[in-house]
Design a protein around this ligand. Structure first.
Ligand code: ZN
Length: 136
C-alpha cells in the first residue's frame, strides 16, 4: 500500500530544509559542547584547587546531559529526514492521518498528529476502569 501523500512536495521541501538547518545547529552545538567539556576537564586537571573537582564534575555532568539531549534531537532529525526519503513523513504513527503542516512547521520531528497527542495525554485517566475487576 503506497503511503498517502498528505503534504505537497513544496511543503515537504520546506520542512526538509528546516530539518537540515536544525541538524546543522544541533551538530555544531554538540561539537562545541564537547570541546567546552574537554577544555573544562583540562583546566580542572591543571588546577590544584581541591574543591574544583566537585564544581568540575557538576559542570561536566550538566554538559553531558545537554549533549545527550542534543544527540537525541539529532537522532530524531535523522529519522524525520529518513521518513521524508521513503515517503512516510507527515503521517501520524498512531492513526496514519496527516499531521497538520503548522504542527510540523513548529516541530518538524513530530510523529503524532494533534489528535493523538491530545488523546494519549488526556483521554485515558488511569485507574478509572478498575482493571482488577476484569479478571473476574
Ligand atoms: Zn494521529
Amino acid at each position: 500500500m503506497p503511503p498517502s501523500r498528505v503534504l505537497s512536495q513544496r511543503s515537504i521541501e520546506r520542512l526538509a530544509r528546516q530539518l537540515t538547518k536544525r541538524r546543522r545547529v544541533a551538530a555544531a552545538m554538540s561539537q562545541s559542547m564537547f570541546f567546552e567539556a574537554l577544555e573544562a576537564q583540562i583546566t580542572a586537571d591543571r588546577s590544584d584547587l581541591l574543591d574544583s573537582d566537585a564544581a568540575m564534575s557538576a559542570a561536566s555532568k550538566m554538559s553531558y546531559s545537554l549533549a545527550a539531549g542534543l544527540h537525541d534531537s539529532l537522532l530524531r532529525i535523522d529519522q524525520a529526514l529518513r521518513r521524508i526519503e521513503d515517503g512516510r513523513y507527515g503521517n501520524c504513527e498512531e492513526c496514519g492521518e496527516a499531521i497538520a503542516f503548522r504542527r510540523l512547521w513548529a516541530l518538524p520531528t513530530a510523529t503524532l498528529c494533534f489528535n493523538c497527542v491530545g488523546l494519549t495525554r488526556s483521554h485515558e485517566p488511569e485507574g478509572v476502569g478498575a482493571p482488577e475487576r476484569a479478571q473476574l
